[in-house]
Design a protein around this ligand. Structure first.
Ligand code: ATP
Length: 249
């Protein structure tokens, strides 16, 4: 009962081909937060997200949400991978991409209903992309593609959202649309994890931070984690450089 409103990662270890990438990661996050996962290049941010989702094997550790293993709520989890990992030449139009979000995981052969289609268009409208419903996904700009993938995750009616670097290579107005939707989801009680690297936006965007560099350096409210000592420990950057990014000010 005590864990009902929490997500807990315990003793998470991950390696690729025998090389350890994540070592003994432990943290607990309250439900209903917008959480930034930060750390230098190669720190293991994407790896941690994938391991939390069960997309790659872990060496050991557990991930629980509300006291149960996270895999038991797979249908309630939406994941938006890094844009660079998606095959944008795949021939599919925008509205069908969003409609995929409405398919229950094992119901691929179910035909979408009229309701599903309307809901998909509604989700598309939430991200301001309703006029592109019939466009090929590969023809869109980076920001537009990212919005469509967010719409697909909205269509899924998930409780937990995981986005890997959603703001990389996109225009400012798409970034605004996306962060506002993520904040709205948080206000509705959803839990949203975002792998992120632009430190200038951290205080504006997130409630909590998970700061890693292979190991956990800090986890908790932004003002506890976004501090010179911890940031320096993770980034190994000179203090002056961190200050110019607003750390600890
Ligand atoms: N599929 C893979 N096979 C082998 N090594 C990998 C694989 N994916 C990532 N790595 C390595 O694991 C480490 C962590 O990578 P990861 O992509 O998780 O870091 P990251 O913090 O997300 O980095 P970035 O900010 O550069 O995207 C890196 O050293 C990377 O080279």
């Amino acid at each position: 009962m005590m864990n009902k409103k929490k997500l807990t990662v315990s003793h998470l270890y991950v390696s690729y081909h025998g090389t350890e990438v994540l070592r003994d990661i432990n943290f607990t996050i309250e439900k209903g937060k917008l959480i930034g996962i930060i750390g230098p290049n190669g720190a293991g941010k994407s790896t941690m997200m994938k391991a939390m989702l069960g997309l790659i094997p872990k060496d050991s550790g557990s991930i629980e949400f509300g006291g149960s293993p996270i895999r038991e709520m797979r249908k309630k989890i939406a994941y938006v991978p890094q844009r660079s990992n998606i095959d944008w030449d795949f021939p599919i139009v925008v509205k069908d991409t969003v409609l995929l979000g409405t398919y229950p995981k094992l119901g691929l052969f179910r035909r979408p209903t009229k309701n599903d289609k309307e809901w998909a268009l509604e989700c598309l409208a939430k991200v301001g992309m309703e006029n592109f419903a019939d466009s090929q996904i590969g023809e869109l700009s980076g920001g537009q593609q990212q919005r469509v993938f967010l719409a697909r995750s909205l269509a899924q009616k998930a409780d937990l959202f995981f986005l890997d670097e959603p703001f990389v290579g996109i225009d400012v107005s798409s970034e605004d649309v996306i962060i506002n939707i993520l904040k709205t989801l948080r206000d509705e009680g959803k839990t949203v994890f975002v792998v992120h690297h632009d430190l200038t936006k951290v205080e504006n965007y997130f409630d909590d931070l998970i700061l890693i560099n292979k190991e956990l350096i800090g986890a908790g409210p932004v003002n506890h984690v976004f501090r010179p000592e911890l940031m320096q420990a993770a980034y190994k950057a000179p203090l002056g450089m961190l200050e110019s990014l607003g750390v600890g000010i």
